[in-house]
Design a protein around this ligand. Sequence first.
Ligand SMILES: Cc1ncc(C[n+]2csc(CCOP(=O)(O)OP(=O)(O)O)c2C)c(N)n1
Ligand code: SF4
Ligand SMILES: [Mg+2]
Length: 351
Amino acid sequence: MTYLTKPKLRHPKLPSNALGLTRRDYEGAVSTLCAGCGHDSISAAIIQSCFELSIPPHRVAKLSGIGCSSKTPTYLLGASHGFNSVHGRMPSVLTGAALANLDLIYLGISGDGDSASIGLGQFAHCIRRGVNMTYIVENNGVYGLTKGQFSATADKSSKSKRGAAAQDSPIDLVSLAILLGATFVGRSFSGDKAQLVPMLKAAIEHRGAAFIDCISPCVAFNNHPESTKSYDYVRAHNEAMNRLDVIEGREPIAADYAPGTVEVIRQHDGSLLKLRKLDHHYDPTDKIAAMSYVQERQALGEIVTGLLYLDSGAEDLHARNRTVLTPLNQLSEAALCPGSAALEAINAALR
Ligand SMILES: Cc1ncc(C[n+]2csc(CCOP(=O)(O)OP(=O)(O)O)c2C)c(N)n1
Ligand code: SF4
Ligand SMILES: [Mg+2]
């Protein structure tokens, strides 16, 4: 119901954040997705995360491709910058925007079809380049918008609503993201806000390519008993490795956390993540171990969730390329185009 506008009235006692904004200030238009769609819960979690982090909405750029998932930026952060691109092409548009203006917080919101099927190449290069962003795939294993065809993340032999079994090997986006060089990789479930909200907050605070694979059941086409992306299957096979808390305000680390169960990780930009380990053996900083663990549990039919991999000292695309720190739209014409003599000097230095 896009023509329905949300009422502007608000209760004077609504809780507000450090900017004096309420949660309502981070909402968008009324959702037109099916009632019960996992994507709407992810939108609510993004709204909650940005509200809790007291992010000025005008500092966020939300970009997407095409799909029900890619429609969701309309339903959140109505006062932020937005760009709804072409199917599978969001990553290159986001990369270009991030290169031009490093002052914004980039949210790439995509679907499993958008990122694992048509957009796989774009996804891969955006991740390996270390673009400073939070890339979220709302993963339902189907093309929801075009009425339920299998996507590349559908598990082999899982059945469609009409009974056909998926024949091809599935793409596991978290394993791929770790392999490709993402420096923050998490998996969560749209129905687990307690896990998803802190994970989103930590990803937003992370400098570098942060990737979250969020299982998000499609109630219209992929929520039946034979689906491995249904609410019932994910609830029954969810294996949480850890729980994250983000320590806001850069407080000094208190020393009262029980050793062995809580780990405080300082990221490159100074932000602190408090990681409560549920499985004491799991070390999210060990890349090879993280990859084998995810694969091992997957072979047993389990869906491992939590912060799966973190490189807290990572360099992003700008640091690697030593780009100018000023957004390009704030540079003078002379700085943007220093003339043919300067170009000649650069070329000469490269000869
Ligand atoms: C170039 C191109 N090819 C195909 C389509 C048709 N199309 C639109 S959305 C979509 C799949 C969306 O699936 P997904 O990204 O998983 O999003 P969901 O709807 O499941 O959230 C397809 C194939 C298109 N819009 N553009
Ligand atoms: S078709 Fe599926 S993915 Fe699309 S809005 Fe409906 S439940 Fe969500
Ligand atoms: Mg999908």
